[in-house]
Design a protein around this ligand. Structure first.
Ligand SMILES: Nc1ncnc2c1ncn2[C@@H]1O[C@H](COP(=O)(O)OP(=O)(O)O)[C@@H](O)[C@H]1O
Ligand SMILES: [Mg+2]
Length: 407
């Protein structure tokens, strides 16, 4: 039996129906409560806070349509999935149900597996549905990923987030999804005051933008960090659904969300990869890293990711004797979008001081390269226009472009 923390409220005036629906959903491991009248359903909704409702239509006091309409008027449930279950399978009934605000419709008698499948699908869509249509969200989510550790994921994610915040003069969310010994906060010298650990206990429906504002730690650069917990076991309760929910809220409130992902294909990592517009697949110029990259590319093909969602990023982590860019591209059948230079000393001192090079050394070669790279990864619409009040970082990038073009 799988367990989930999703809550379902089943409403039906016939005890036998309640029993049958509950039994059909039992294998899902949901928390189930029942109500035997429309009024009881509305009361239970407030106290039990379900993630999904299953409503019978014909009930003596308030019928299912009216319960549905009233739930839709309550802001807490305006977007929650509602499945109508009715004995009358006419087209007219279906239309009435949908007009009342139901998301799905099933007639009795039902097949348990169909009910299970529909409930699963509705719950899966829930966190997506609460977000505005993607076209309206002006967000770029950039995920840094590698199956091999030590290639610079955390280093580059941090520098990119800081670079974007400095260039555009607005907050950028940096989310550490490396739950075991994540490093985003460390790289910015932030104490682990609030972390993902603080999101472990609250159920999904209690996590909103206000709560996230208390948990994300602001850094002087304008980056807001959602750090991985100090102790890994604090993150054990963070489900993929919770990650999807948190990311969908952040996408609505930040123009840029940067993800520091661990070196695995766990459910939470996959959620991060799915929610990204751009996956920066980072590799080092050595054979093990190229192998790991080939493997990751293979998985991305199987996941049906659009080819333009992936950018290969070569991070030169070795001073000498590394593989040549052309050879790596040939081996991977994939172009390298960008190569970043070797800079062990600058990164080491940055790490020890907790100040990324893009922030305190934008005029030195490494800082300048990282700053221009952050500009390059910005949203096209934003890149094409001069900001109303350009930041110093924007002006530096603009000048360097100008200098390059006129040379
Ligand atoms: N271009 C580079 N040149 C030299 N050292 C680098 C470079 N990029 C990263 N490093 C170093 O490599 C180490 C691993 O980086 P990190 O970002 O923690 O990797 P990951 O998150 O992929 O495990 C760090 O000590 C970092 O300073
Ligand atoms: Mg890391």
């Amino acid at each position: 039996m799988t367990t989930t923390n999703h809550r379902i409220l089943i409403v039906d005036d016939t005890p036998l129906n309640l029993k049958m629906v509950s039994a059909a959903l039992a294998p899902g491991g949901y928390q189930i409560e029942t109500a035997t009248s429309g009024q009881m359903a509305l009361d239970r909704a407030v106290s039990f806070r379900p993630d999904l409702f299953i409503l019978d239509v014909m009930m003596p006091d308030i019928d299912g349509y009216e319960v549905c309409r009233r739930l839709r008027r309550m802001s807490a449930f305006a977007q929650h999935p509602i499945l109508m279950l009715t004995a009358n399978d006419s087209l007219e009934e279906r239309v009435r149900g949908l007009e009342a605000g139901a998301d799905d419709y099933m007639s009795k008698p039902f097949q348990p597996i169909e009910l299970q499948a529909r409930v699963k699908a509705l719950l899966r869509r829930m966190s997506v549905a609460t977000a505005p249509p993607l076209a309206l969200v002006r967000n770029e989510t950039l995920a840094f990923f590698s199956l091999r550790g030590g290639v610079g994921i955390s280093t580059l994610a941090t520098n990119l987030a800081v670079g974007l915040a400095q260039i555009w003069g607005e907050p950028v969310a940096l989310v550490d999804l490396a739950f075991i010994s994540g490093q985003s906060a460390l790289m910015l010298n932030l104490p682990l005051r609030t972390t993902w650990g603080d999101l472990a206990t609250p159920p999904i429906y209690e996590i909103d933008y206000d709560l996230l504002q208390q948990v994300l730690m602001p850094h002087s650069s304008g980056v807001h960090v959602l750090a991985s917990a100090a102790r890994p076991e604090q993150s054990e309760l963070i489900t993929a659904e919770k990650v999807a929910h948190v990311l969908s809220i952040l996408r609505q409130h930040y123009s840029y969300v940067v993800l520091d992902l661990p070196h695995d294909f766990s459910a939470t990592t996959l959620t991060g990869l799915d929610s990204a517009n751009t996956v920066l697949l980072v590799l080092a110029p050595e054979i093990a890293s190229v192998r790991a990259t080939a493997c990751a590319l293979d998985v991305f093909v199987k996941l049906d990711y659009a080819p333009d969602k992936l950018l290969l990023l070569l991070n030169t982590t070795v001073e000498q004797g590394g593989l040549v860019r052309k050879d790596i591209e040939l081996a991977l059948h994939h172009p390298i979008a960008q190569a970043l230079p070797y800079a062990a000393e600058a990164y080491l001192s940055a790490l020890n001081r907790g100040v990324p090079p893009v922030l305190d050394q934008p005029n030195k070669p490494l800082g300048a390269i990282l700053e221009r790279w952050a500009f390059h990864l910005s949203r096209e619409a934003q890149r094409m226009q001069r900001p109303a009040t350009p930041t110093p970082a924007w002006q530096r990038v603009a000048q360097s472009n100008y200098a390059r073009k006129t040379r």
